[in-house]
Ligand binder design. Structure first.
Ligand SMILES: O=c1ccn([C@H]2C[C@H](O)[C@@H](CO)O2)c(=O)[nH]1
Ligand SMILES: [Zn+2]
Length: 133
């Protein structure tokens, strides 16, 4: 599944819309047994850019697949790509702490991380238990 997900992320990267940064990223998530691809989608109002990882997660969740079993991300980076903080928090919402995260680049340098390594101490629903309104 690791190789398949990386292949899907590479395919997703081809669709990246990056007229501003020219930095194309692809992602693929395995969610409830189904693979969803995502690419980064930029905007003239730069801050509205959506990263490849979040595109893939939102596609899965909007199709009713909420349990992410693994994710692969690829970019043209020196070493394996490293997801931004926003994507780490969004991934944490739908991953377990031991969910596999495959980070890679165009040279095929790949690191196998887990969700908890990607975002130690993630804020989660459990952190809101004390607040009763
Ligand atoms: O892990 C990453 C890092 C960056 N980007 C995108 C956002 C923006 O379009 C471009 C430059 O930051 O790359 C991603 O999609 N995922
Ligand atoms: Zn991001």
């Amino acid at each position: 599944m690791k190789d398949k997900l990386i292949q899907e992320a590479l395919e997703a990267r081809k669709q990246a819309y990056t007229p501003y940064s020219h930095f194309k990223v692809g992602a693929a998530v395995l969610a409830d047994g189904v693979i969803f691809r995502g690419c980064n989608v930029e905007n003239a109002s730069y801050g509205l850019t959506n990263c490849a990882e979040r595109t893939a997660v939102f596609k899965a969740v909007s199709e009713g697949k909420r349990k992410i079993e693994a994710i692969a991300v690829v970019g043209d980076t020196e070493g394996p790509i490293t997801p931004c903080g926003a994507c780490r928090q969004v991934l944490a919402e739908f991953c377990d702490s031991d969910t596999k995260v495959y980070l890679t680049n165009l040279s095929g340098q790949t690191e196998e991380w887990t969700m908890s390594r990607l975002l130690p101490g993630a804020f989660s629903a459990a952190d809101m238990d004390k607040e009763k309104g």
